[in-house]
Design a protein around this ligand. Structure first.
Ligand code: MD6
Ligand code: FE
Length: 217
């Protein structure tokens, strides 16, 4: 079932770029299943719509987000945390689609993280101007599991820094179908996304969608 994810018959797929000892970009890794993933996102947002969560400082995030899986990441005036219930609907987050799980496992395996079992998938939607400031992903209990990040839609510039906020960040363009996996010694590196430019993608229009799989509990 996972063979499709290793398909490198399409132009622009199959490349691998190292961002660190245990951080890598798999170019086009999600392309063979992009249409399926987008259909799944359509179902997810009908259950738990994209929304602009408040930061602990009280400002709405410019990125709209939702989740799927047993646990969902939320932010509000009280801080960041993972919950089983979507605070907006009062219902559990939508289940993680099988195609999501297969992609996450295959990408992790491909980069040396065996037996990755994500229990949370955070889905971010960017429109022109949306950005994500430099941050560390540290709300998960288990830092031994990697994070797998999938980009769809218009390209964005990903900032990848070091273990301190002040460390210089490199800029990596992430295109439709690219997957980033990082873990181990790179798990707590600062990262962010520059403001999205006005562009058009044939499947997603002006949007970029990014989803990140985590082992939160
Ligand atoms: C994004 N990604 O690419 C935001 N975090 O839209 C993240 O914040 C992220 O891509 C951890 C690992 C990979 C990521
Ligand atoms: Fe992050």
């Amino acid at each position: 079932m996972t063979e499709d994810f290793f398909c490198d018959a399409l132009p622009g797929t199959g490349g691998r770029e190292s961002l660190g000892a245990q951080a890598v970009v798999l170019r086009g890794f999600a392309l063979p299943r992009a249409a399926e993933l987008l259909a799944d996102i359509g179902r997810i947002e009908q259950i738990s719509p994209f929304r602009h969560m408040l930061t602990p400082g009280g400002l709405p995030m410019s990125v709209a987000l939702t989740n799927c899986g047993l646990l969902g990441w939320t932010s509000d005036r009280h801080g960041y945390r993972y919950t089983r219930i979507d605070p907006q609907t009062g219902q559990p987050w939508p289940a993680m689609p099988e195609a999501f799980l297969q992609l996450a496992r295959a990408a992790a395996q491909e980069t040396g993280f065996d037996a990755f079992e994500p229990d949370a998938c955070l889905v971010n939607r960017y429109l022109p101007g949306s950005r994500l400031s430099l941050h560390q992903d540290r709300d998960e209990l288990d830092f031994s599991a990697p994070i797998v990040s999938v980009s769809l839609g218009v390209p964005a510039v990903f900032l990848f820094g070091g273990l301190r906020r002040s460390d210089k960040a490199t800029r990596i363009p992430l295109l439709h179908g690219d997957v980033v996996v990082w873990g181990g010694v790179d798990r707590l590196r600062y990262h962010g996304v520059l403001p999205l430019k006005e562009q058009q993608h044939p499947l997603l229009g002006r949007q970029r969608v990014n989803f990140t799989f985590r082992k939160a509990a």
